[in-house]
Write a protein that binds this ligand. Sequence first.
Ligand SMILES: Cc1cc2nc3c(=O)[nH]c(=O)nc-3n(C[C@H](O)[C@H](O)[C@H](O)COP(=O)(O)O)c2cc1C
Length: 184
Amino acid sequence: MKKIVFIVGSLRKNSFNKSLAENAAAIIKDRAEVSFLSYSELPYMNQDIEFPAPEAVKKVREEVMSADGIWIFSPEYNFNIPGVLKNLLDWLSRPLIENDSERISAVTGLPVTLSGAGGRSGAANAKKRLSELAVFMKMKHMEGEEVSISLTPEEFASDILYLDSDRKRKLEDQTERFLRFIEA
Ligand SMILES: Cc1cc2nc3c(=O)[nH]c(=O)nc-3n(C[C@H](O)[C@H](O)[C@H](O)COP(=O)(O)O)c2cc1C
């Protein structure tokens, strides 16, 4: 069975992006194995401690390398991606072996798709930054429409994500296409 690792760019307990990811997992059901990457224990990227990789870094790399694809669900912080997510991606971007001339990382060639929930822009700027990072990090970014949710004042007030039929259809569409993308 194919395996997809979900990466949520927010550490918040009631995160809308986490909730979006849980909805995607419910759509996937048993058609792939889904796991949520736990990365809140990662140290800050610091080249002084890069080799040998700290245990927490080894763990996230192993989890990601065991996957057939990753799906990143991220909010937008100040027109950009959250620092915790950038820190994780910085660790994942680095070569597994010191001085490797091919610079193979845990995510080289790995299929990826992106979604985001945020304010008025629907985390569009964070998604744009993430798609640039995906190219730079030599991942295989799936083409086509990706879910971008502009949270309503009611959602912010209740802290609960509401998937109307349009949002649900878009999430289902991205899910079906990503399942096919990782099969290819
Ligand atoms: C430091 C910070 C900066 C933010 N900047 C933006 C922003 O630039 N654009 C935006 O749409 N929302 C911004 N927000 C609001 C987030 O989109 C909102 O808090 C969202 O619920 C976070 O996602 P989560 O529910 O998955 O944690 C910001 C929030 C924080 C904490």
